[in-house]
Design a protein. Structure first.
Lengths: 267, 293
């Protein structure tokens, strides 16, 4: 065999190992949800059961955690979408010099470690007598989620044709109407996408949330606490449900996006 | 600013500006300033706050510098985060190169999907997956014992576990920037290198890596930053002997009850991360605008 082919063979092996590395942990976690064993594992297999799913379903604390995460996510979207969009619009109308400075300031939360955002928010609001809780979780999370919204809206804005606005103004539309009827509809895909991303970021956040949660227990905190205090495959069952929901959501989003792309090929 | 008003009219422009200013002032600027203030003040009972002892000093930072255990953990967090970045780079580079230059369009879209799916999944869940995999009586030990590589189960939890979990968690942040960078490399350059007699390693060292420098720097910087600021992986995959700096910070807030020292520690972490990011970007001449993509 030529060394070239050996090298190629080794490389294919490497790629396979990489895929295995990506998915084996998730697969094991998912499969362990069906094992009777009290500690989540796949070896030894003690019997197949769906009991852990009902155990998870019957866990009131889990529902409470899910509820907390859902409320936080909704509030985060409600705050982050308008502010992020406003930031993108303000930034794109600034002149070059001011723009690069403002840009650096506005993406700085993305360069700040999550724990630091949580800590600084906690410290500031203690001065005002506000302790950790849902409100602070929302404030701390939106601080950096706004950045994501801003970046996605800006990316879309770059492809916006300003002559549309001018045409509408020329036809007698007010500036408010131009914004509502032309710019907003144009931004819709970016807003939907960043809304989805905001929910994902909010629900999955742990580092920031941990510091500002007060006595609340959002989903990630619930899971992490379970791991340390008494992990049963019920947590795996929950993980599997969350993974299924995320993957279905992501696929549905991708399908919708592709359909839209084929429907209006030029935009 | 004038453009904003000209484009959207007074009402809308004012709303936009107000929202942005509230965000920047109340959520970005003020918390950080307050954290700095906290870090400089001593931890006093409420009655003595504002009293003669409440003077600003660098004591909280000096405490970190002089307390042997904390200083060691801080330094360990730095080099371990650098190690995470280096390992992630080694794992990702070949895959990124393959995706950018060798894969057919069909293979590429499958590869992108395979790489992205795990990262839609919660970081806590991904860490939980590693927790289960690495458990003392878990699958990894069982498999390794089964094929006779080890005689007794290995306690993976600790430094090794944290490292494995972190590399796994940040693959995408390394892979995508490098992939983007290598993708823009013209195939003819690779062919030219080959025709001129360069071997695989030489081609990478002299052609691909210099071209992908910015992407590699971006990936490394982000991985380092995420690793240094991570709390989940060390908390779930670590052991008492492998504490991370973020865990020390957490303890000051919720166990030690000294928020001032905690603030000083958090500030140290922030300055470290920003310094690493800015210096690396400057050295590799990467623009901040390109990074955030």
């Amino acid at each position: 065999m030529r060394p070239d082919r050996i090298f190629r063979g080794l490389f294919v092996l490497y790629l396979l190992a990489f895929v295995l590395y990506l998915f084996a942990p998730l697969l094991i976690m998912g499969v362990a949800a069906f094992n009777t064993s009290r500690f989540p594992t796949v070896i030894p297999w003690q019997g197949t059961t769906l009991d852990w799913f009902s155990a998870m379903w019957a866990d009131a604390a889990m529902w409470q955690a899910l509820w907390t995460s859902a409320i936080v996510a909704v509030l985060v979207v409600l705050v982050a979408l308008p502010v992020g969009t406003a930031a993108a619009l303000v930034l794109t109308t600034l002149h070059a010099r001011a723009r690069s400075f403002a840009y650096a300031v506005m993406v700085s939360p993305l360069l700040t470690p999550g724990v630091v955002i949580g800590i600084s928010t906690l410290i500031l609001w203690r001065q005002a007598g506000v302790g950790g809780g849902i409100a602070l979780i929302v404030v701390a999370q939106t601080t950096f989620i706004i950045c994501y919204v801003m970046l996605m809206v800006m990316a879309r804005l770059q492809r916006f044709d300003r002559t549309q606005e001018e045409a509408a103004l020329g036809l007698g539309a007010s500036k408010l109407m131009v914004f509502r009827r032309i710019l907003l509809p144009f931004l819709r895909p970016a807003l939907l996408a960043s809304g989805g991303l905001a929910i994902l970021q909010s629900v999955e956040n742990y580092n920031t949330t941990l510091f500002v949660r007060g006595f609340e227990t959002p989903l990630t905190v619930f899971i992490a606490t379970k791991v340390r205090t008494g992990l049963t495959p019920a947590v795996n069952a929950l993980a599997l449900v969350i993974i299924a929901a995320t993957v279905i959501g992501a696929v549905a989003y991708e399908v919708a996006r592709r359909r839209q792309v084929t429907r209006q090929p030029r935009s | 600013m004038r453009d904003l008003y000209a484009r959207f009219g007074g009402g809308l422009a004012t709303i936009f500006l107000t929202l942005v200013l509230i965000w920047l002032a109340a959520m970005v600027l003020a918390p950080n300033l307050m954290m700095i203030d906290y870090a400089l003040r001593p931890n006093l009972p409420p009655l003595q706050q504002g009293g003669p002892q409440d003077v600003r000093s660098l004591d909280n930072f000096l405490y970190l510098a002089n307390e042997g255990v904390h200083r060691a953990i801080f330094l360990k967090t730095i080099w371990a985060s650098a190690l995470v970045a280096a390992l992630t780079l080694v794992v990702c580079y070949p895959v990124a190169f393959w995706m950018a230059q060798r894969a057919t369009p069909g293979q590429l879209s499958i590869a992108l999907m395979l790489v992205i799916i795990p990262f839609f999944i919660n970081e806590v869940l991904r860490t939980l997956a590693w927790f289960i995999l690495l458990a003392y009586r878990g699958p990894l030990n069982a498999v390794l014992q089964g094929i006779g590589l080890i005689d007794a189960p290995v306690r993976w939890q600790g430094n090794g576990g944290v490292l494995a979990g972190m590399v796994y968690a940040y693959i995408l942040f390394m892979l995508l920037p490098i992939y983007n960078a290598i993708e823009s490399l013209d195939k003819s350059q690779l062919e030219a290198a080959r025709d001129l007699g360069a071997g695989t390693i030489r081609t990478h060292r002299r052609v691909v890596i210099p071209h992908a420098k910015a992407g590699i720097a971006t990936g490394c910087v982000f991985t380092f930053m995420l690793a240094a600021g991570s709390y989940v992986a060390p908390a779930l995959l670590g052991s008492p002997g492998s504490r991370w700096f973020t865990e020390i910070i957490y303890n000051w807030f919720f166990e030690g009850g000294d928020w001032n020292r905690g603030a000083a520690y958090a500030l140290t972490l922030l300055v470290l991360c920003l310094a690493v990011v800015l210096v690396t970007l400057r050295v590799f001449r990467v623009n901040l605008t390109d990074v955030a993509k």
